[in-house]
Design a binder for this molecule. Structure first.
Ligand SMILES: [Zn+2]
Length: 181
């Protein structure tokens, strides 16, 4: 059975965010796509062709400084696009500066910030510090341990619930995995 995993760069980002705002609210957090995501292309869905990597996270706006987070991720070379409060900022390949543009998706993203990374191995594995003044280096081993902790946290939230999203995701993943073999 294939396992999905959150891109190491995003595990690093999430770890830095948690350290910066230890009491933040995580209710609108997320990494893995729910059933409605799974029905359409989304960076929240595991990319099984690339080993099951998930290339997006949602970060709850409560208990963090949203502007500080935006400053850390917008223009980072790993990031493909960021959505916040009905606006989207995307990386451009032609060297143009990032621009915020109106975002008209069904979810206005006013409760969480969505961050998608590029579909490259570098964007996935580069764990360079996201916040400039956050100088807490971690080793590969520590990062793996954090990643495991992150995954277990998500597993608890998404898998254990007897009804609702957890069950829907599990069923969707079962279908995806069945189609893999
Ligand atoms: Zn999202």
């Amino acid at each position: 059975m294939a396992d999905w995993y959150l891109a190491a760069s995003l595990v690093a980002l999430r770890t830095e965010i948690n350290r910066r705002w230890p009491d933040r609210d995580k209710a609108s957090d997320g990494a893995l796509g729910d059933a409605s995501h799974a029905a359409r292309p989304s960076d929240h869905n595991p990319d099984w062709d690339a080993g099951g990597v998930v290339r997006a996270i949602d970060v709850d706006k409560d208990g963090i400084d949203v502007q500080e987070l935006l400053d850390a991720v917008v223009r980072d070379p790993r990031v493909a696009y960021v959505i916040w409060n009905r606006r989207i900022a995307s990386a451009t390949d032609d060297g143009q500066p990032w621009d915020w543009e109106p975002y008209n998706g069904t979810n206005p993203h006013d409760k969480h910030v969505h961050i998608s990374i590029k579909h490259t191995k570098a964007a996935e594995t580069d764990t360079t510090r996201w916040f400039e003044e956050d100088d807490m280096p971690y080793t590969e081993t520590q990062l793996r341990a954090m990643m495991q902790a992150e995954i277990e946290e998500y597993m608890k939230r998404f898998w254990v619930e007897p009804t609702g999203t957890g069950t829907a995701i599990r069923a969707q993943l079962d279908r995806i995995e069945a189609n893999q073999s």
